[in-house]
Design a protein around this ligand. Structure first.
Ligand SMILES: [Zn+2]
Length: 55
């Protein structure tokens, strides 16, 4: 089990990379980067390839 979509957010400001789920994505869009507080753009999110665990 465990096939929830995992997103990757790469902050253009502090260059931090954060892994998150879709719920957290909305939080970042609303409140900004959790590291530096910079504004977040939808395009800063990409689908992260899961951990090396594909069958
Ligand atoms: Zn940031």
């Amino acid at each position: 089990m465990g096939s929830s979509a995992v997103l990757q957010f790469a902050c253009p400001d502090c260059e931090e990379t954060i892994y998150l789920d879709d719920g957290m994505r909305e939080l970042l869009c609303e409140f900004g980067c959790i590291v530096c507080g910079a504004g977040v753009d939808e395009r800063d999110f990409v689908l992260a390839s899961g951990p090396a665990n594909s069958a």
